[in-house]
Each structure stands twice: as C-alpha cells, then as structure tokens.
Design a protein around this ligand. Structure first.
Ligand SMILES: [Zn+2]
Length: 507
C-alpha cells in the first residue's frame, strides 16, 4: 500500500491482514456465485462492470452487504455502486444503508446495507460498478480502471460483498459479450471462469483483468507463472514476462519448499489517464499499474520489482507486531532480490555491486538508521526513506549472518541452509516468531547472536557487518555519508577485481 510508488511497500499478506478485520460477524454463506460483465455500451473504453451475484445460505441468518467508502487507492467505491437491487423468493428486498464512522489515516471503512425484512435464501444481488473516475486520488491500483478496451482492478475496488468469514463454495463467471472479440479474463486465482472453496474475502482480495489483453504464455491452463497486460507500455511486456517466468522457475527451484512452481499471476495495466497507481502484491499475484507510453525498444521492464514481489512468496513472514515484522519479510526479500537473480545468472555481478551498495547507502544515509523497529513501524507510511530502513538494515544483517555461518562451517552451510527447515515447518503451521529466530541463530553462531538480533534489528544500535559479508568478491571500505547535513562515518562494498565473476555467482 504505497501512496505511493511501485510495489515494494506492503506484501499482499500484510494488506490482507489489515483489511480482514472489517468482517467480524459470523455469517456463513454456503455458496456465492458471481457473474461479471464489463460494459462498453458502444464506446471504445469500459465504463462499468455489471455484477450479478447469487448468495446461498441457511435461512435465518441476517444478510449484510458492504462496499468500501474509503479503501486505499480506491476512494468512494460505495458511491460508484449504481442501481443495486436485491431479490429473493418474495420479490425485491428493501435495503437500509448505513455508513461506518470514518477511519483516520485513509484506513478502510464501509457502507453497509441491511434488509428491512427477513430474507429467504438464495438472494440475488445486482448492480453496476462504475470505473474509478479520471483524476481520482492516487494510491495502490485497487480501483477498476479502463485501458485499451478492457478493465482491471481489485475485487474490493468495485464489488459489494456479503459479510461472511466462513469458507464457502465460490464461483465466478465472465460475460465478455460487450468486449472486443477474442477478449480474455483472469483473476489472481484463475484464468477465465472459476470454481473454488474459500472465504468470500478471496474474491475481494483478488486482482481482476478482462479485455483484449496480451498474455504470457500465449496459451495454456496457467499453471505456474502467467501474465496479462492491457494498454501500451514502453517496454515489451511479453519479453519481460518471459524473463520473469524463467526467474520464477529458478526461484521455485532455489527455495524448493513450495513445490515445483506454485501458481503466480502478474497483471500489468498501462493507463491513458490518472490515477495511475503503482504496483501492489496480493496473494499469489501482483499488479503493475503505469501510465501508457510509446514503445521504446531500449526500455526494460521493472525486473527488480517483479523479482522482489515473486520472492515474497517464498520468504514469507514472521509472527511479530505489524510493521516490526518487516525486518524479516522485507529484509529477507531485499537480501534475496539482490542475490538470487545474480546467482542464477539473470543479472550481472556489476548490477549486484550496485544493488548491495544501494542497500548500504540507503540504510546508513537514513535519519532512521538507528531507530528502533517499533519507532519505524509507528512512523508508518510517513516517509519512504524511513519506511525502507528495515528492508535495508535487515538485508545487511542477513548478509552478515550468511558470511559468518559459511566461515564457521568452512563453507558447508550458508543462510539458505539455516532457513530451509524453518520454511518447511512454518508451511506446516509451526509458529515462527522472534524466539524461534533467536534459537536458530544461536544454534549456528552462539549465544551472542540472540543479543545481536535484539541490538541490531529491534533496537537499531549501530553495528558494522563483517568485511566479507558479501563473500570474496567484495570488501568493506570506509565511506562517509551525509545525514541531514551531518557527516557520518560508514562503509561501502568494493569489488575485489582479482576474483572472477564466476566465483561471485557461485556465492
Ligand atoms: Zn516487499
């Protein structure tokens, strides 16, 4: 949720958690079936999505429908719901609308509709959701927006949802009859029509894209990595997605523990009008939203962002307070976003040199370099520079641990080996928290490692990584940083010219 720029702000998981709190009432739907019809009404661009949903549940349960008044990056969703009608066996169901009290800080709050009489299930809910208007407030690309005769956005950016947290049979049917022939549709959870079992929030938290979209690979069921795009981009989307697909396969192998290639979808939209948004990850998927631009054969796609978002899928999270937990989720992702593409031959050693120095200077050059993790978390989204300190500080921390584990075991073990059993156990539901992390590093490096974690990561005390934190290819050299006009003594990484690139790539 970046107000924000490309996507590395919030992993999808943390945003999903943030938004999950809104549905507290215990309503159990049995089945929720949705049909989506993007509407062009004779125009070149999509103006709305017509939605027909059928909700089946045991009779006697109170129906409540909701749509966001404010959602990050998609303000006034509820105001764009037009002509809503609810029908049951007795006919039209009269509704009463009530707005939640506004939440400070741009956090989501909702309009809620409740029937003024008892309903008999199933009920049918029909409405038209208008696209987000030109010039609306910028933010994550959650609002539905038109591009190139198609439409895309997040479910929560246009859908009226029953308040239900229980798993239900969910189905999605697309009606593409008002779009150009050959149009396709996809979501975070499927290509085309879909059936699945899960909480209704799965639908709200999914990306949607429909229209005469480009697609990578051009055909197939969409197992593993797939990508879709709408609009004109300066770079070649098919080429960038082909690159990302190869990297994805490499990452799946490098981490290993989630099986050969978990499903993952990348959506890209290139918009002719603002708000353009940025990039945001949701479970199993990522949306990149940019302004449309003429094709430039020299332009490269946002490869680092794509790598970062995909890597999140494997690095996952630690059980810790919101914000504080980013030392692990973002720090480890930043560490591997630099390392793995280089190790796999996807980026050069020169690019890696630039990246590890960006990490070092971003951390040491920040006013928040020595803030506690809790203070940085409280600061929230106030400053991009401050918010990124845990990303960078922890990336260095992981590099330091990696080098020391290798040194101690004479190269037999590295950070990957320290993490691997935890990844597997966490996947099976074993809690991974700060105590578990300290136990892991203490086992490798001795009792001092627990104190170091507290000092360096949670307390933000100054420290210096070992001189060979990035292996034999780099050495630590002194460098002075300017922080708010003050000279601060620090370090940078210098390539050791005598060590060949091949050695670096084997690190
Ligand atoms: Zn991230």
């Amino acid at each position: 949720m970046r107000t924000l720029k490309p996507a590395r702000v919030l992993g999808g998981a943390s945003l999903a958690l943030l938004l999950a709190g809104v549905c507290a009432q215990a309503f159990a739907a049995d089945r929720f079936s949705t049909t989506l019809k993007p509407i062009r009404a004779g125009q070149a661009e999509v103006s709305a999505i017509a939605v027909t949903a059928r909700l089946e549940a045991a009779d006697g349960q109170p129906l409540m429908l909701q749509a966001p008044i404010i959602y990050p990056g998609a303000w006034r969703v509820a105001d764009r719901i037009q002509g809503m009608s609810v029908l049951d066996a007795q006919g039209p169901v009269p509704l009463e609308a009530k707005d939640d009290a506004p939440q400070p800080g741009g956090f989501p709050y909702y309009r809620r509709w409740t029937p003024t009489r008892a309903v008999t299930y199933p009920v049918t809910i029909q409405y038209t959701a208008a696209v987000q208007p030109v010039g609306d407030r910028n933010g994550p690309p959650f609002g539905i927006r038109p591009a190139a005769g198609g439409v895309s956005g997040l479910g929560a950016g246009f859908m009226v949802m029953p308040q239900s947290s229980q798993p239900a049979d969910l189905s999605l049917t697309w009606d593409l009859s008002d779009l150009a022939p050959g149009s396709v549709a996809a979501t975070s959870y499927a290509i085309g029509d879909a059936k699945l079992k899960g909480p209704i929030s799965t639908i709200a938290q999914s990306w949607y894209l429909a229209g005469p979209a480009g697609r990578y690979p051009a055909t197939g069921e969409g197992h593993g990595f797939t990508g879709f795009w709408l609009g004109t981009s300066p770079f070649d989307p098919a080429k960038e997605l082909a690159y990302s697909a190869k990297l994805y396969a490499y990452l799946a192998k490098a981490f290993g523990y989630l099986g050969p290639e978990p499903e993952y979808r990348v959506f890209m939209r290139f918009l002719d009008t603002p708000p353009v948004g940025g990039g945001t990850a949701q479970p199993k998927s990522f949306m990149l939203s940019r302004a449309s631009a003429p094709f430039d054969p020299k332009a490269e796609g946002p490869r680092e962002t794509l790598a970062h978002e995909m890597i999140h899928q494997w690095t996952g999270g630690v059980a810790a307070p919101d914000g504080v937990s980013s030392w692990f989720s973002e720090g480890l992702t930043t560490f591997y976003t630099a390392l793995l593409p280089m190790r796999g031959g996807f980026t050069t050693v020169d690019a890696y040199t630039t990246e590890i120095n960006r990490i070092a200077s971003g951390y040491q050059g920040s006013t928040a370099a020595n803030w506690t993790a809790a203070k940085i978390a409280e600061h929230g989204f106030g400053s991009e520079d401050i918010r990124h300190v845990p990303y960078l500080r922890s990336a260095l921390y992981f590099a330091d641990i990696d080098a020391r584990v290798r040194a101690k075991t004479k190269g037999k073990r590295k950070l990957d080996d320290v993490l691997a059993p935890m990844f597997v156990s966490r996947e099976k539901g074993v809690r991974f928290d700060h105590a578990a992390w300290k136990a892991m590093v203490v086992k490798e490096l001795g009792p001092q490692a627990a104190v170091e974690f507290e000092d360096r990561i949670l307390e933000g005390k100054p420290w210096t990584p070992v001189a060979d934190a990035y292996g034999p290819c780099f050495t630590r050299v002194a460098k002075t940083y300017q922080v708010e006009g003050r000279a601060v003594a620090g370090y940078a990484w210098q390539r050791v010219a005598s060590v060949p690139d091949k050695t670096c790539q084997r690190w």
